[in-house]
Design a protein around this ligand. Structure first.
Ligand code: ADP
Ligand code: GLC
Length: 494
């Protein structure tokens, strides 16, 4: 099948979080299964594309006040996947992808509307896919446009859309006059389409118009259908429950394996763990804590510093943590509130809590390899990737039992010696603290701990299984690859 991915980030071209990892790896897994896959991305300032050929010099994008003209660059083929870049410097040649610490860029609706329209127009020249697989609100206008402005376009008659929700906390909500500005019909401003509390909601439109919806774990697929986790979209999601599938993300083990990691001081494996100690020493050195006893348990954190990730729990128990025999090494960037919180803890307990405010891929790898435990106390976590990376590095995850964290981590049971990590349920500092106590108790029995590490290292979260699940959905939708005919009708245009 011909599958076109549309997303706002992708490793190695631009990344703020796990979406980039997914869009960097899933297309490759689909190509390995024999499909023809292309990926459309915006070309940002940080996207390195030396000597990219211009494929389309001028694509006309209408806005109500003016036309804009973007071009499409050839990003070449990587591991069997073709990359295309939408180039419009006035929108994308900026410091960051979506905004700065001062807030989101005020023209994000125009930026990503231009991107979506450009993807549709470019595909008419470069190859119309069987499936557009779109990700998060930035590409949400693609399924919406295909059912509205492009409804009558004969070239897209056989094209179907799959939309993956990576994080329902980000919806793309804009003032109502965004619709005429983007030349979208006012008909869309209804409660079952894009209207949301008097505003326009891109994600809600994609939920209404995509042929199939997925999200990145089974548990999260259920969670977002209830008010606690649905961010106001639980109702529309429930109404589409029959077309919503949870598929867990995979891991790109070429990037994230201690056997071949090029960022760590010494490679290691489940059979030969000696290198991990050197990685631990190197990690302590990176954080200026090399004088700490090497057998002190080290808890690593790599995270976007945002409310989702549970830092308020760490704030709640900061004093208690500092009294425990452990070291925390945290890497992250994001909202000032959480940066300040961690920096304050570091100041109060400099020999216990070490923090780096940065985006640093090499250091993220060093933390995965060098820490003994990895902490993700998320308020919600659609899939989460770092806990799966941690398993492979023998770095035992301590997680809150939500979304993908709950689906991928099994609680350690010292009696049966089964399990891969530690989980807590209640969103409270006390629950987190108890869970850390449990992990520290387990760490004291080094023979049992080794078994726990090895249980995790043996887990296989490679992309192939998840890619096959996506293919099943694509095939069920596509009129050219019919499954049972009723199914095709069920998902076809309403
Ligand atoms: P999310 O997408 O919600 O941020 P995930 O666990 O899915 O969470 O993915 C996060 C990805 O971003 C991981 O690859 C992680 O290593 C990376 N990451 C997050 N923050 C940083 C940082 N400050 N420096 C380097 N990598 C980071
Ligand atoms: C989002 C989620 C994260 C998920 C990632 C990739 O950023 O917060 O849990 O792993 O998308 O799907």
């Amino acid at each position: 099948m011909k599958i076109a991915f549309a997303a706002s980030e992708c490793v190695p071209f631009a990344k703020t979080g796990g979406l980039a990892d997914v869009v960097g790896a899933l297309p490759q897994a689909l190509a390995e299964l024999g499909h023809s896959v292309s990926v459309y991305l915006p070309k940002y300032k940080q996207t390195r594309l030396p000597d990219a050929k211009v494929l389309l010099r001028s694509v006309t994008i209408p806005f109500d006040d003016q036309y804009r003209f973007c071009s499409v660059l050839d990003g070449g083929k990587r591991s069997g996947v073709q990359f295309y870049f939408i180039d419009y410097p006035a929108f994308f040649d900026r410091e960051a992808l979506y905004g700065t610490s001062a807030g989101d860029y005020p023209d994000n609706a125009e930026r990503f509307a231009l991107y979506c329209r450009a993807v549709l127009e470019a595909s008419k020249v470069l190859g119309v896919p069987d499936i557009f697989h779109c990700h998060d609100w930035q590409s949400a206008l693609i399924p919406i446009l295909l059912r509205t402005s492009y409804e009558a376009d004969p070239v897209f008659r056989g094209t179907r859309t799959v939309f993956t929700i990576h994080n329902i906390g980000y919806q793309g909500i804009f003032p109502p006059d965004t619709l005429p500005l983007l030349m979208l019909p006012w008909d869309l401003f209804t409660i079952d389409q894009m209207e949301f509390w008097g505003k326009v909601n891109f994600l809600k439109g994609a939920i209404a118009f995509s042929d199939h919806l997925t999200t990145v774990s089974r548990k999260y697929a259920h969670e977002i259908q209830a008010s606690e986790y649905g961010f106001g979209l639980e109702g529309v999601l429930k109404s589409r429950a029959g077309s919503l599938t949870g598929i867990i993300n995979g891991v790109d083990y070429n990037e994230w394996s201690p056997e071949k990691d090029k960022y760590i001081v010494r490679q290691y494996s489940a059979e030969g763990l000696q290198g991990k100690k050197e990685c631990k020493y190197d990690l302590l050195r990176q954080f200026g804590l090399e004088s700490a006893p090497i057998d002190t348990p080290v808890i690593g954190i790599v995270s976007r510093f945002v409310a989702q990730k549970g830092f308020d729990l760490i704030e709640e128990i900061g004093g208690d943590l500092a009294r425990l025999p452990l070291i925390i090494t945290a890497l992250g960037s994001g909202e000032k509130e959480y940066q300040d919180l961690l920096l304050k803890l570091q100041k109060q307990h400099p020999d216990k809590i070490a923090v780096k405010i940065a985006y640093d891929n090499g250091l993220a790898h060093k933390i995965e390899a060098g820490a003994d435990m990895f902490l993700m106390p998320s308020r919600y976590e659609p899939s989460g990737l770092n806990q799966m990376y941690s398993l492979r590095y023998g770095t035992v995850p301590i997680v809150r039992a939500t979304g993908g964290l709950d689906d991928t981590i099994e609680s350690w049971d010292p009696t049966s010696a089964k399990g891969t990590g530690f989980k807590f349920s209640a969103y409270s500092g006390v629950a987190l603290l108890n869970c850390i106590h449990e992990a520290l108790r387990a760490f004291k029995d080094q023979a049992a701990w080794l078994k726990l590490m090895q249980n995790g290292m043996k887990k296989d979260f490679s992309w192939t299984a998840s890619a096959r699940e996506y293919v099943k959905i694509y095939e069920r939708l596509s009129p050219s690859k019919p499954g049972p005919s009723e199914k095709v009708l069920e998902f076809s245009r309403v």
